[in-house]
Ligand binder design. Structure first.
Ligand SMILES: Nc1ncnc2c1ncn2[C@@H]1O[C@H](COP(=O)(O)OP(=O)(O)OP(=O)(O)O)[C@@H](O)[C@H]1O
Ligand SMILES: [Mg+2]
Length: 509
């Protein structure tokens, strides 16, 4: 066989207290999509940051060989010049700038040294068109939802005409239709001989799009195989080092009284007055129950929970009852006082303080409870945090590790731990397993189940239909801000739920 386009040989990279990469070997051919998989913290993103020059030589050990000769990138710009473009896992757009400005940041088309705005916007428009994105390139990024931001990141990478394109969890926030569009584009790029590295926890995607699969575990290459020659079960076993069978726990919840009820929740779009994101939605949650909220991206699920929690910018009206008593929630701390916890989908914006320790993050929402009556005991706090970190198997050298240095999935676990420590009676979970590996997912599912068994009411939003179906005792379905269906666990087939989610079937009015 001919020489690969890219070889990474014996790559090592350490952080204080962590050996993130321990002699990783990886190669990539022209016109190939090479999938890179592994548990949270396995080293996938770190390997890509080494490739991108985020960690320049000699911060890493080993060799990067491109077209047969060793390259040492001093920074990201350097790797870009060599034809490498990366879509990072953590979205990195500048919120205050427009979509087009973000796409061409630092590479703005110029004429006579001055930014050529007309050209900037028309080129951005063209790229967005290729992605079938209905976004005005003049929109500030801050107004976009997280799925749209992800698509803008993709447009940005495509604008570089790279020979090697790295996609680190590109579809975490995309709708099924958007994933199809993306895959169409990746197939076109492959036909144009672009080489791609595709990182995802969604193995069905990996098997659809990948030509080869490499598994990393604990910073080491475990195996590289042709996709044709393996299957999901074998890949999972290599990722976690054990067999994972029954992923959803056996549910035996005793449904109790209604603890939480929301009536006629209506939420207005903050940027389009008069447009309703949520339109008179009512639901109740019982003690000991997991209530799933299904619906497509943009159906109003997150907005519904955010508005109830007092965290949505749009105008809202709602009647909220806890234990049958009507309450007023004006902001998140009101909600927390009423025993409501919320794991949000956008952990960077609402969930985590990246430059604080894991422990600080976990205990932030609940200082009083952990430390007992008004007395702050650091020992008690540390012990509770330690326990939570162990329960969720957060991979870090200690609870004093800075949250921003954790792998994406482990950051998500910290957010979950933080809310569990507030001892909520009602817990809203919005995409709780986004970016989380299969092994850890199973642990989080078991946790959710345990919480329901001990009498919490859980309200679960997830784009992964199997997750909603596998965990929920009851499911309501939203379509364009309205409830279009309600099912018990028994009645809820994927077909029935999807037909309500797409608006084909509706509840009798
Ligand atoms: N800047 C950093 N400082 C300290 N430790 C880090 C830093 N970046 C990564 N690590 C550690 O290196 C290890 C590998 O992390 P990495 O982000 O590469 O994992 P990953 O495979 O991408 O996981 P995920 O699927 O959760 O995104 C983890 O233990 C992580 O905590
Ligand atoms: Mg990662």
């Amino acid at each position: 066989m001919t020489q690969p386009l890219l070889e990474m040989k014996g790559i090592t990279k350490s952080f204080p207290g962590v050996k993130a990469l321990d002699g990783v070997t990886f190669d990539l051919n022209e016109a190939e999509i090479h999938a890179l998989v592994g548990e949270n913290g396995a080293g996938k993103s770190t390997l890509m940051k080494v490739l991108a020059g985020v960690y320049p030589h000699p911060e890493y050990g080993g060799q990067i060989v491109l077209d047969g000769s060793e390259r040492r990138f001093a920074n990201v710009r350097d790797s870009e010049h060599a034809g490498i473009a990366i879509i990072f896992q953590e979205l990195s757009l500048v919120k205050e700038l427009t979509v087009a400005e973000n796409i061409f940041l630092g590479r703005e088309p110029r004429r006579f040294g001055i930014i050529n705005w007309e050209e900037l916007y028309s080129r951005a428009q063209k790229l967005l068109g290729e992605l079938r994105l209905q976004i005005d390139p003049r929109t500030p990024v801050v107004n976009l939802g997280i799925g749209q931001q992800q698509l803008v990141e993709i447009a940005k990478a495509l604008s570089q005409d790279a020979r090697i394109l790295v996609l680190d969890e590109p579809t975490a926030a995309l709708t099924d239709a958007e994933v199809e569009t993306l895959f169409g584009i990746l197939n076109d790029l492959r036909a144009r001989r672009v080489a791609m590295i595709y990182i995802s926890h969604k193995l069905d995607e990996v098997f659809r799009i990948g030509d080869r699969i490499t598994v990393l575990r604990d910073g080491k290459t475990i195996d590289t195989t042709a996709t044709r020659a393996t299957d999901e079960a074998r890949v999972i076993a290599k990722m976690v080092g054990r067999e994972v069978d029954q992923i959803f726990p056996e549910a035996k919840h005793d449904r109790g009284d209604v603890i939480f009820e929301a009536r006629n929740v209506t939420v207005e779009d903050p940027s389009v007055p008069g447009k309703l994101l949520v339109d008179r939605v009512s639901f109740s949650a019982h003690k000991g129950e997991v209530l799933g909220i299904a619906g497509l991206m943009g159906s109003g699920r997150s907005e519904l929970l955010m508005a109830i929690f007092g965290a949505h910018a749009g105008r809202k009206s709602a009647e909220i009852f806890v234990d049958g008593k009507q309450i007023q929630i004006n902001n998140p701390s009101d909600a927390i006082k009423q025993g409501i916890g919320f794991v949000t989908e956008d952990r960077k914006r609402y969930g985590l303080i990246l430059d604080q320790t894991i422990l600080k993050n976990m205990t932030l929402a609940c200082l009083r409870r952990v430390s007992g009556r008004f007395v702050t005991s650091e020992d008690a706090e540390a012990a509770a945090g330690e326990r939570a970190a162990n329960d969720l198997r957060i991979k870090a050298s200690s609870v004093f590790t800075v949250a921003g240095t954790l792998s994406g999935g482990n950051q998500q676990k910290v957010v979950l731990a933080k809310w569990l420590l507030t001892n909520p009676r009602v817990l809203f979970l919005d995409e709780p397993t986004r970016g989380i590996d299969v092994g850890a997912k199973q642990e989080i599912y078991a946790q959710i189940n345990r919480l329901a068994e001990t009498g919490f009411a859980i309200v679960l939003v997830s784009s992964e239909l199997p997750e909603v179906l596998g965990l929920s005792d009851r499911i309501i379905v939203l379509h364009e801000g309205r409830v279009t269906g309600e099912f018990t666990r028994k009645e809820a087939t994927p077909e029935a739920v999807m037909s309500c989610a797409t608006g084909h079937a509706r509840l009798a009015a």
